[in-house]
Design a protein around this ligand. Structure first.
Ligand code: ADP
Length: 326
């Protein structure tokens, strides 16, 4: 393996709060250890279209507290093709970039894995997605901030739901995973979470809601994970409205506001630890691994494992939510 002198860094796919903290930690740790750093703008697209600049410690000053990503992010169809990836490799070589740090979610790490299987490029991934759906890490960068944003929003919806004695279906992000919906429900005292990992019939849900109102609750909040499996909040509310017209039902889709905002302390610290660990990993000769956080320890997770689709939901939390919704 050739010696690494220059490291390229990019953010790709869906943005997540804490990406900037990760960019800062990677850049400064790399420079501290004697590497040169190049910032690649707009993810894989910028790698192909040559949007690359030298990064100094000052390029990452005053960004730790900001959501989004100073490197911008993009989705890139061209990188899904062999020609696109060849082009990306040629541009990398032109800039004398010897290794890559890819900050992103499941798709971005799948791209990294594919690229690394075709070219002799050491790549280290950082898990950054609000969905928390990467295997081998307890938390992803951005998840805690999104969860806090959901909590903030649902608390406010609860005020109006209680005043009007309404049933609210609140849709949260999560792609194919229910982590945000389940943890969001626990954090807000919601009556239920509808998640793709666990199927529930409309009748069962209605019974739960009915019990609540019978036991003198005067509002009901159900968090719904966006997913074709759950049908989303609109679909579910429509079915409940048709079969149970006695409820005053409303829907709120939180949407992209879940992606923004200043990262929480937890996300900043996670991104910082992971960013520094990514450079340690390269120094140790690791390649094609994602940095994970398991039981508060940094772990290296091979890409093939990280992008598995079956990161399990904690069934104990599901049971706790059920017990507390009486
Ligand atoms: P996220 O990282 O948030 O999951 P996406 O799924 O949109 O985001 O993926 C980001 C980008 O990663 C895609 O636009 C594409 O350029 C690249 N990518 C994803 N999957 C692959 C793949 N199997 N092969 C090559 N590139 C991929």
């Amino acid at each position: 393996m050739a010696t690494i002198k220059t490291i390229g860094i990019l953010t790709s796919g869906g943005d997540a709060p804490g990406m900037n903290a990760a960019i800062r930690a990677v850049t400064r740790s790399a420079i501290y250890s004697g590497f040169k750093v190049k910032g690649i703008y707009r993810g894989y697209r910028g790698l192909i279209s040559n949007e690359i600049v030298d990064f100094k410690p000052q390029n990452v000053s005053n960004i730790i507290q900001h959501g989004g990503t100073i490197l911008k992010t993009a989705r890139c169809k061209e990188f899904m093709t062999e020609e696109g990836r060849q082009h990306a490799y040629d541009v990398m070589k032109q800039h004398e970039i010897d290794a890559l740090i890819v900050i992103g979610g499941d798709g971005s790490l799948s791209g990294a894995r594919q690229f690394a299987s075709e070219f002799d490029v050491p790549i280290v991934g950082l898990p950054a997605t609000i969905d928390n759906d990467l295997y081998g890490t307890d938390h992803t960068i951005g998840y805690d901030t999104a969860l806090n944003t959901i909590m903030w929003c649902v608390d406010r919806i609860r005020d109006t739901a209680t005043s009007h004695e309404r049933l609210f279906f609140i849709e949260v992000m999560g792609r194919t995973a229910g982590f945000l919906a389940l943890s969001g429900a626990l954090a807000t005292g919601a009556e239920a979470a509808i998640i793709p990992e666990i199927s529930i019939e409309v009748d069962q849900l209605a019974e739960l809601i009915e019990n609540g109102f019978r036991n003198s609750k005067n509002s009901s909040i159900v968090l719904v994970a966006e997913s074709p499996i759950t049908g989303g909040a609109m679909g579910l509310a429509e079915r409940v409205r048709t079969e149970y017209p006695q409820y005053d039902t409303r829907v709120t889709i939180l949407g992209h506001l879940q992606r923004g905002g200043s990262p929480t302390a937890q996300d900043r610290i996670l991104a910082t630890r992971m960013g520094a660990a990514a450079i340690d990993a390269l120094i140790e000769g690791q390649r094609n691994v994602m940095i994970g956080d398991h039981n508060d320890q940094i772990v290296y997770v091979p890409f093939s494992k990280a992008i598995r689709k079956d990161k399990p939901i904690d069934r104990d939390l599901v049971e706790t939510l059920r017990r507390l919704s009486i």
